[in-house]
Design a protein around this ligand. Structure first.
Ligand code: PGA
Length: 260
């Protein structure tokens, strides 16, 4: 199994709209104090915009990167409440989520807007993490593959070959997010293989470099089984990433897999 997985694992914590300054600072300090082995996976946390300055201050120079949960499609201008790619670059963000299901749902973000955000991030030098996933009704109707393929193709169709290197996707079935019922490792693998196949249609070299994270109720108990899957290249962790020791346990499981 190991030989099939050439890509370094990525463990990412999505802190969503949780916490306040005191809690976020305490979480950052606990993560910062952890001993992370040199062979560790790539690790990143995504605080709310207002906490990015704290992330920069505490994590700078260390092994944990940071990023944001959303981005504006426009480069600058009169867009009240939005945050541009350049602003995130100014805060040394490495990653930014685009198309998280919570934004698709509660902010009405459609495929075209998600594609525009992906490109805005890419062109500014940020690594966009494109989130994809079906809801329970769609899965039960046997439409999961069709839904995630449509979400991915909408972005790929607007990309130049340069935009495709390297791609990071996060397969996050909506029914698994925050529910405590993660997809089974084999179930995730099946969808990841499908997504990699879509990228491969653009060129095998892109597919080889694409990292596909799984997200949805990832915790310390189920992470190791996910890492065993040949097309699972990391995890996007919500609730469990707010508990420093649990998040670190997930990072250690990834490091143990990589050290084999
Ligand atoms: P969860 O969230 O781990 O709490 O299910 C994952 C996500 O929405 O990114």
């Amino acid at each position: 199994m190991r030989a099939l997985k050439q890509r370094p694992l990525l463990v990412m914590g999505n802190w969503k709209m949780h916490g306040d300054q005191a809690k976020v600072r305490a979480l950052l300090r606990e993560l910062c104090a952890a001993e992370l082995s040199p062979g560790a996976p790539e690790i990143a946390v995504l605080p709310a915009f207002v906490h990015l300055a704290d992330a920069v201050r505490v994590l700078k120079g260390g092994p944990i990167a940071w990023g944001a949960q959303d981005i504006c499609r426009h480069p600058d201008g009169a867009h009240t409440g939005d945050v541009s790619a350049a602003m995130l670059v100014d805060y040394n963000c490495r990653f930014v989520l685009v198309g998280h299901s919570e934004r698709r749902r509660s902010h009405g973000e459609g495929d075209a807007l998600v594609a525009a955000k992906f490109k805005a991030a890419r062109r500014a030098g940020l690594q966009p993490v494109l989130c994809l996933g079906e809801d329970l009704v769609q899965r039960e109707a046997g439409r999961a593959s069709q839904v995630v393929t449509r979400q991915l193709e909408a972005v790929l169709a607007s990309c130049t070959p340069r935009d495709l290197r390297p791609v990071v996707l996060a397969y996050e079935p909506i029914w698994a997010i925050g529910s405590g019922a993660a997809a089974g490792a084999e179930q995730a693998q099946e969808m990841h293989a499908l997504l990699r196949g879509c990228i491969a249609a653009r060129g095998l070299e892109y597919a080889r470099d694409t990292r596909i994270l799984y997200g949805g109720s990832v915790c310390a108990e189920n992470a190791a089984a996910l890492f065993e899957m040949p097309d699972v290249d990391g995890v996007l962790v919500g609730g469990a990433s707010l508990r420093a020791q649990e998040f670190l346990a997930i990072c250690r499981a990834a490091a143990a897999f990589q050290a084999r």
